[in-house]
Design a protein around this ligand. Structure first.
Ligand code: FA5
Length: 346
């Protein structure tokens, strides 16, 4: 009993000098370990009377619990202190690229899709376009109906859709949804672009992903012409590739434009000879476009008798492939740092 009476005071006075986690663990094993004083007292009870066992045993247990509680509190306190010290020592200002390199760390960079997206936004902003955004989860109206694709229209099958269980909501299959919201919120004349992720339930291959990026564009006014459309598309591609690129315009069907076109670019991977990216035809489908269908203008609250316009939907991932010579779209979102770190850093 005498040993036990003094033990708590002795423990507390030793605890005062403990400031590190390893020392605390040593103290714990000294007092509560198998060779510790409490265990020794318990071992000594085997020859004691029943009365003694009861009295001393219960006191030893209470003491053990007290010491454990004190140790746990101290442990939390020391661990928190360690974390705070580490945080204050390891603070890195990521905006200081030189100091990051000095530390032997690699500076973070932009994903190639973000690089292209920002460049295109800048090009269009410099030509008087706004940049709009829109939700990934859409309803039938914005993804189909307002774009002149009514229920039962076969064009709904042109883009394999991820539907939600309610059969009313979906993951947008194209950024043309941004057109609908953009038109409703403004009065002509206006021009805007809308970049973003789109989703299609389709088989992946060298040029097809299930999640990819598009950049929508729209210009509405009183006398917008196919000539205006071609001018903006050519300017965009020359700025992006920093050289004249070969393009071809052919008729294309999209319910939301009339007439509709497919603007293809001569494959920059194989130079037009044919490869897996261009499916051996030498041209890559990059930029479908056309004059906005009157029904679409109406759905957006615009009088088609008075106004017309053009729209386009650029595939950003394919543009990245052409610009950097990437021969498989699946590299782009493979999250492989060896791939990502090849592009421009801050
Ligand atoms: C559309 O999505 C239309 N909304 C584009 C449009 C807008 C036409 C306005 C007219 C006026 P399309 O399904 O062809 O069209 O896709 C547009 C572009 O996205 C393609 O040219 C291609 O570059 C890219 N694309 C389409 N599917 C995939 C895919 N699975 N993986 C990667 N890129 C794709």
């Amino acid at each position: 009993m005498q040993v036990l009476d003094q033990l708590l005071d002795q423990f507390n006075s030793e605890l005062k000098d403990i400031h590190r986690v390893p020392d605390l663990l040593n103290l714990k094993s000294k007092y509560l370990g198998k060779q510790g004083p409490i265990s020794e007292v318990m071992k000594g009870l085997k020859d004691a009377t029943v009365e003694q066992k009861k009295e001393i045993g219960s006191k030893a247990n209470i003491l053990k619990n007290q010491i454990e509680t004190i140790l746990n509190t101290k442990m939390e306190e020391l661990e928190l202190k360690d974390i705070n010290e580490a945080l204050s020592k390891d603070k890195i200002d990521f905006s200081l690229t030189d100091s990051i390199r000095d530390l032997g760390l690699q500076a973070a960079g932009f994903h190639p899709v973000s690089i292209i997206q920002r460049e295109i936004e800048d090009i269009f902003v410099s030509m008087g376009f706004e940049v709009l955004d829109g939700p990934h989860i859409e309803d039938e109206f914005h993804n189909f109906e307002a774009l002149n694709i009514p229920d039962t229209h076969p064009a709904r099958d042109m883009q394999d859709t991820f539907w939600f269980a309610d059969k009313k909501h979906l993951l947008r299959t194209h950024t043309s949804t941004i057109q609908v919201r953009g038109m409703k919120e403004r009065k002509p004349p206006f021009r805007f672009v809308g970049p973003g992720k789109v989703f299609r339930c389709e088989r992946t291959d060298a040029s097809h992903e299930m999640v990819f990026h598009q950049l929508e564009g729209m210009m509405v006014g009183e006398n917008v012409s196919v000539g205006n459309l071609i001018y903006f598309m050519k300017t965009l591609l020359t700025e992006i590739f920093k050289k004249e690129v070969e393009v071809r315009l052919r008729p294309g069907f999209f319910p939301f434009v009339e007439p509709g076109f497919e603007l293809d670019i001569k494959c920059l991977i194989c130079g037009g000879k044919g490869c897996s990216v261009c499916k051996h035809v030498g041209w890559v489908e990059l930029l479908p476009c056309g004059m906005v269908h009157p029904n679409v203008l109406k759905a957006g609250g615009i009088d088609p008798e008075k106004y017309n316009g053009f729209a386009f939907g650029l595939g950003l991932d394919r543009l990245v492939m052409m610009r950097y010579g990437i021969d498989d779209i699946r590299h782009i979102h493979g999250a492989d740092l060896r791939f990502n770190s090849q592009f421009k850093s801050f």
